[in-house]
Design a protein around this ligand. Structure first.
Ligand SMILES: NC(=O)c1ccc[n+]([C@@H]2O[C@H](COP(=O)([O-])OP(=O)(O)OC[C@H]3O[C@@H](n4cnc5c(N)ncnc54)[C@H](OP(=O)(O)O)[C@@H]3O)[C@@H](O)[C@H]2O)c1
Length: 259
């Protein structure tokens, strides 16, 4: 290979890594968040993979080892507003093309009592709201400057059809704290969409389907889909979003999810 060709190859590599887009994902150490991190890294994006643990979980350390130049692992508990502000300051100057508010809790599906009428555990309510609704709101506020500075300018939140008033399907009993927290999330993100539309930022909600994440073990529900299929679909939805879609709510398959 001549020196000229080698120099051209290096120039292409430098241009590619400098031009790479950036995604920040909350709760990226398992399930849907981890699959988002894997698929964006495989697409050549820079990934800021955040988690709430005191040490980096093995799942994202493995991904970082696979993509050492692309994956950056950061600590961010979505209920810890000081930690959110610290990371936002640390990433000052980093444009975030796609911000994915994914972290969330659902409650233990093997023990529905704390979220069932008659045995409601009222002390749990606040935790659901702080993680599932306030976390994405605070993170959207803290990282809005990074998103505005990017090319794509997109903020997403992983919601759930369980939070939809329009959902008419099965399994509608119980889940009080989870459902209400996702309904609150939907309203917060609609507000954020209104507030950021003038800056060209697209804010949207995503409904991932019923996804067979690790914590389900060998449990099977009708209609379960793989994380790979759900996230492939959601990434395709994200890619297709324009600012005209801001405030919208889409299923992983691209159809509209009723609020
Ligand atoms: N799986 C489904 O079928 C489904 C359907 C509809 C919606 N969703 C939504 O999808 C999102 C991801 O859920 P999943 O199914 O992938 O479950 P998961 O495997 O339990 O993932 C949840 C992630 O959120 C993180 N997390 C929880 N509390 C946090 C906090 N305070 N700060 C930062 N991270 C926190 C968890 O971290 P730890 O490991 O440290 O707990 C974990 O990484 C959730 O918002 C969920 O409501 C899932």
């Amino acid at each position: 290979m001549s020196i000229t060709i080698a120099a051209a190859a290096i120039a292409v590599f430098l241009a590619t890594s400098a031009d790479a887009k950036t995604v920040l994902i909350t709760g990226s150490n398992s399930g849907i968040g981890l699959e988002f991190a894997k698929q964006y890294a495989a697409k050549g994006w820079d990934v800021v993979a955040t988690h709430r643990r005191s040490t980096a979980p093995e799942s994202i350390e493995t991904l970082r080892a696979q993509y050492p130049d692309q994956v950056r692992v950061e600590t961010m508990d979505v209920t810890n507003h000081e930690q959110i502000d610290v990371l936002a300051r640390k990433l000052e100057g980093t444009a975030i093309d796609v911000l994915i508010n994914n972290a969330g809790i659902t409650g233990d599906f093997r023990n529905p009592a704390p979220q069932s009428f008659g045995t409601l555990a009222y002390a749990d309510w606040e935790n659901f709201m702080r993680i599932n609704a306030l976390g994405p709101l605070k993170i959207s506020e803290a990282f809005a400057p990074h998103v505005k500075a990017s090319e794509d300018k997109k903020i997403l939140a992983v919601s759930s059809l369980a939070g939809s008033f329009g959902y008419k399907g099965p399994n509608m009993a119980g889940g009080y704290w989870y459902k209400a927290s996702k309904a609150a999330l939907n309203m917060y993100m609609k507000n954020v969409a209104n507030d950021l539309k003038g800056d060209g930022v697209t804010v949207a909600l995503l409904s991932p389907g019923t996804v067979k994440v690790e914590k389900l073990g060998d449990v099977n529900f009708p209609g379960l889909i793989s994380p790979a299929d759900s996230i492939r679909g959601m990434i395709s939805v994200i890619e297709g979003l324009t600012v005209e879609d801001s405030g919208a709510y889409y299923r992983y398959d691209g159809t509209e999810q009723p609020f």
